[in-house]
Design a protein around this ligand. Structure first.
Ligand code: PLP
Length: 442
C-alpha cells in the first residue's frame, strides 16, 4: 500500500487517542527492527520513545515473533475459565520474579484495566471505599484509573468515579513541601500522606495507588525512605499498597520490578507494557497471598473475555525467557549507570536550558527551563498555540533521525532496554544538538 493510501485511510477513518482529530497528521510507519523504525519514505528513526515506553525488548525480536507464530498455529484463544499451558507458565514466571508473597496473577489487556481491578480487589478485601493517589500521576483512561490519575488528562473526563482522593508525592526539584534536600522531601511527603489519611478517615481508605517511579509526569524517582515509609503507613492503617509498575516494571528501571530497587513489597503490583513489550495487548495484577485468600471461598466479581489470552501469555513467557537468557535487565541497569546518567549530566552542564536530569535504568527525563528560576520551557508559543519551544526541540531530533518522547517541558530518554551502548550514544549526540534549540529560548 502506498504512503498516500495509508494517510488517506487514517485521516478518513481512524479515530486517534487523546487527539483533536482534525489537527493531527500521524506519521505512517512501515517496519521496525531492534531500536529502529522506518517510515514509508525509507527514513530510519532511532526509537528513544519505545512506543510509549513499551517495547522494552526492542522491535521485532525474532524469538518473540516466532513464539507468537508457534502459539498461533496451535491455539489462538480460549475463554478465561479454562486452564492453559502458556497462561499458567506466564503467571508462574511473573510470580517467581515478583517480590515477597505475591504469588497469583490476574491477567488483563493493559494497564488501565489492571489498575481498575487492583482497586476493586483492595475495596473488596478491606471493605472500605476510598483510594488515595498522587497528583502528577497517570493510571490509565478507564473510569477509576482516569479518576485516580493526577494530571490534566483527568479534567475533561470528570466526573467519572467516586472515592478517589489526591495527595502530593515527592518531587525534590519542585518540592510541594519547600524541602531543601531529598531526606527532607521524603520525610515531609510522608507526613503529608499521614495527615491526608487522618483527615480522610483511616477506616474509609482501601488503598494507596502509587507509580513506583512516576512515568509520564516526569520520571520522578522516589527519594530514599519514601516507599518504605508508605509501606509502613499502609501497615499501620490496614491500607492496601498498590504499586503501579505499568511503565516502570519489567526491566525499565534495571530491575524486574522497580520496587526491587528499594526492597519494598507492595500488596498488589499492576503491570503491562514491558511484560511482553506490547507485541500483543497484555497487563495484569500480581496479588499477595493475603488478598488472594479473600477470594478463596468468595467469588471475585470481575473478569474479561481475553484475560490470560494464550497468544499474549505465550509472548510473555518468551519475553521473560529472553530477558533472562540475554541479560536484558542487567544491560538496562548498566545503560543507566554507565552511559545515560553520566552523559545526561554532561549535557546538563553544557546546556543552560537543562534544569534537572533524573532517572535510572532506561527511564530518564531532562526537564527544560527558560531561566534560573526554573520557569518551564512550555510546549506553547507566545500566542498560546500548540507549537513553540518543545515542538522545536522534538522537530530538531526528528530531522536528525531520533524519535524522542516529549511531554510538557521534558524530554524523556526511554529507549528499549536492548539498545546498544553505541545506539544510545548516537541518540544522545543528536539530543545534544537539539538542546541548542532549547538554549535559544533561555
Ligand atoms: N499506569 C501507568 C503508570 C502508565 O504509564 C500507563 C500508560 O502509559 C497506564 C497505567 C495505562 O496503561 P494502558 O494504556 O495499557 O491502559
Amino acid at each position: 500500500m502506498s504512503e498516500a493510501q495509508v494517510r488517506a485511510d487514517d485521516r478518513a477513518h481512524v479515530f486517534h487517542s487523546w487527539s483533536a482529530q482534525g489537527l493531527i497528521n500521524p506519521l505512517p510507519i512501515e517496519r521496525a527492527l531492534g531500536s529502529h523504525f522506518w517510515d514509508y519514505t525509507g527514513k530510519k528513526y532511532l526509537d528513544f520513545s519505545s512506543q510509549l515506553v513499551n517495547i522494552n525488548i526492542g522491535h521485532q525480536h525474532p524469538r518473540l515473533v516466532a513464539a507468537i507464530q508457534e502459539q498461533a498455529a496451535k491455539l489462538c484463544t480460549i475463554q478465561p475459565a479454562f486452564a492453559n499451558d502458556k497462561r499458567g507458565e506466564a503467571a508462574r514466571m511473573i510470580a517467581e520474579v515478583a517480590p515477597g508473597p505475591l504469588n497469583k496473577v490476574f491477567f488483563t489487556n493493559g494497564g488501565a484495566e489492571a489498575n481498575e481491578n487492583a482497586i476493586r480487589m483492595a475495596r473488596l478485601h478491606t471493605g472500605r471505599h476510598k483510594v488515595l493517589s498522587t497528583y502528577r500521576s497517570y493510571h490509565g483512561s478507564t473510569a477509576t484509573a482516569i479518576t485516580a490519575t493526577g494530571d490534566p488528562r483527568r479534567w475533561p473526563n470528570e466526573p467519572v468515579a467516586v472515592g478517589v482522593v489526591h495527595f502530593w508525592g515527592p518531587y525534590p526539584y519542585r518540592s510541594p513541601f519547600h524541602s531543601e534536600n531529598e531526606a527532607q522531601e521524603s520525610e515531609r511527603a510522608l507526613q503529608h500522606l499521614r495527615d491526608t489519611i487522618v483527615f480522610e478517615g483511616p477506616a474509609t481508605i482501601a488503598a494507596i495507588l502509587l507509580e513506583t517511579v512516576v512515568g509520564t509526569n516526569g520520571i520522578l524517582v522516589p527519594p530514599p525512605g519514601y516507599l518504605a515509609g508508605v509501606r509502613a503507613i499502609c501497615d499501620e492503617f490496614g491500607i492496601v499498597f498498590i504499586a503501579d509498575e505499568v511503565m516502570a516494571g519489567f526491566g525499565r528501571c534495571g530491575e524486574w520490578f522497580a520496587v526491587d530497587k528499594w526492597g519494598v513489597t507492595p500488596d498488589l503490583i499492576t503491570f503491562a507494557k514491558g511484560v511482553n513489550s506490547g507485541y500483543l495487548p497484555l497487563g495484569g495484577v500480581v496479588i499477595s497471598d493475603e488478598i488472594a485468600e479473600t477470594f478463596r471461598e468468595r467469588p471475585f466479581p470481575g473478569g474479561l473475555t481475553y484475560s490470560g489470552h494464550p497468544l499474549a501469555c505465550a509472548s510473555a513467557v518468551a519475553s521473560m525467557q529472553i530477558f533472562k537468557e540475554e541479560g536484558i535487565i542487567e544491560h538496562a541497569r548498566m545503560l543507566g549507570e554507565d552511559v545515560i546518567g553520566p552523559e545526561l549530566s554532561r549535557l546538563a552542564e553544557k546546556h543552560p536550558s537543562v534544569g534537572e536530569v533524573r532517572g535510572l535504568g532506561v527511564f530518564w527525563a531532562i526537564e527544560l527551563v527558560r531561566d534560573d528560576r526554573k520557569t518551564p520551557l512550555v510546549p506553547f508559543n507566545a500566542a498560546g498555540a500548540a507549537a513553540g519551544p518543545m515542538n522545536d526541540v522534538a522537530a530538531a531530533c526528528k530531522e536528525r533521525g531520533l524519535w524522542p518522547f516529549t511531554h510538557f517541558n521534558r524530554v524523556h530518554v526511554v529507549p528499549p532496554c536492548t539498545t546498544s551502548v553505541e545506539e544510545v550514544r548516537e541518540g544522545l549526540t543528536i539530543l545534544d544538538e537539539a538542546l541548542a534549540v532549547a538554549d535559544g529560548f533561555y
